[in-house]
Design a protein around this ligand. Structure first.
Ligand SMILES: *Cc1c(COP(=O)(O)O)cnc(C)c1O
Length: 383
């Protein structure tokens, strides 16, 4: 069997057609036809109050840090077990990151550990919907209300995933916090190479977000005819993608349902094939709490220890299958170790040692999943 990569970007077929259209129309800078098509579609589908495409989720998080006016010394609470950008965006503005542990049963933030971390300096909580599986947003939003904090959802992996709160209403992830950041990086479900989006749910940020997006100018309002000249009105940067990226993204969004159907089939096939083996070998498969949905962003295993994970990764690799691990707890990173307050975060460390992500992409064939499954059976037999 041919080598099985970890990821393979899926093309729907229309990407180059729309890019050609954008180029042909003579409008390839940002905020044109395709940007608006994507933004309107996403806003409508997920009930965001407003959304702006960005060149990455990292950029969307940096916009969020600017919007909530993070100042040196402000504290921001987030899980340690996450991607660097979740923290970096706030550190850029001088924030001190207070890292929370993950849940025992899931790599997402332990919601019950957050309140003890809140101080008079806390400005925001940044939950990460790991693997597209919702954090318990009722608990987090209640804390934000009680202590007057902002909630910024790192929804990088969470497109087309939902949370059902105590009120019984099913809400899209990214539509619950004050702000939310999504990624369209080529390893995510919906892609544009590099790309992202900021969802804005708190109306106080709607006008300001557009200004930050357009280099600190009121250019967008000018083009809508709301002001008669445009100029420098606030601090900002260039966060908007070109129409070429938006055109690519539009082809993906048109096929969102097909992409999701396919990914869910793969996820279920993995789950079905591995659940018995996992149980026998002390390996945990991803769980979906009752309040969350599964958007099939990734399929991961939680091995019983580092040694077992090494066996899994090495054996798959020697059979041409690329499985990977991530993240390295940020509270122990070379950059942040001496700024962390020394608390042990045992679950974050355990996921750092034990998580392995299996190949996961649209074109993954049934045969490939069977092959991976059999190689896993071979690699780990009651060791
Ligand atoms: C992918 C990812 C990011 C970064 O997204 P980019 O679009 O590459 O900037 C941030 N946070 C999480 C949790 C991610 O998975």
């Amino acid at each position: 069997m041919e080598k099985i990569p970890f990821n393979k970007p899926h093309l729907t077929g229309k990407e180059t057609h729309y890019i050609y259209d954008a180029v042909n129309a003579g409008k390839i800078s940002g905020n044109g036809k395709y940007t608006k098509l994507c933004q309107d579609y996403l806003k409508e589908r997920y009930s965001f109050r407003k959304c702006l495409l960005t060149t990455s989720c990292t950029d969307a998080l940096e916009m969020a840090a600017l919007l909530i006016d993070i100042k040196p010394g402000d504290e921001v609470i987030m899980p340690s077990y996450t991607f660097v950008s979740t923290a970096n965006a706030f550190v850029l503005r001088g924030a001190k990151i207070i890292f929370a542990d993950s849940r025992e049963d899931h790599p997402g933030i332990d919601e019950d550990s957050i309140e003890a971390l809140i101080t008079s300096k806390t400005k925001a909580i940044v939950p990460v919907h790991y693997a597209g599986v919702a954090c318990d947003m009722d608990k987090i939003m209640a804390l934000a209300d009680k202590y007057d904090l902002f909630v910024i959802e790192d929804a990088a992996q969470a497109i087309e995933s939902f949370y059902t709160g105590k009120d019984g209403i099913k809400r899209a992830l990214g539509s619950i916090g004050h702000l939310a950041a999504f990624s369209f990086h080529e390893t995510k479900n919906i892609i544009s190479g590099e790309g992202g989006m900021l969802a804005i749910n708190d109306p106080q940020f709607m006008a300001k977000a557009e200004i930050i997006w357009e280099k600190g100018t009121n250019r967008s309002a000018f083009f809508r005819g709301e002001v008669d000249k445009y100029g420098w009105v606030a601090v900002g940067s260039s966060f908007l993608p070109s129409e070429i990226i938006a055109a690519f993204l539009w082809a993906q969004l048109e096929n969102l349902d097909d992409i999701q159907t396919k990914r869910l089939q793969h996820w279920n096939k993995y789950h079905e094939g591995l659940k018995e083996w996992a149980m026998e070998n002390d390996i945990r498969l991803p769980g979906i709490p009752d309040f969350a949905t599964n958007n099939a962003h990734m399929f991961y295993l939680v091995c019983k220890d580092l040694e077992q994970r090494n066996v899994v990764i090495d054996n798959l690799k020697s059979n041409g299958i690329l499985a990977v691990f991530h993240y390295l707890s940020l509270h122990k990173s070379p950059f942040y170790l001496d700024q962390h307050d020394g608390r042990n975060l045992v679950n974050a460390d355990r996921y750092t040692d034990c998580v392995v992500r299996l190949p996961f992409f649209y074109e993954l064939e049934k045969d490939a999943i069977n092959f991976i499954k059999n190689e896993l059976y071979e690699a780990v037999k009651n060791i």
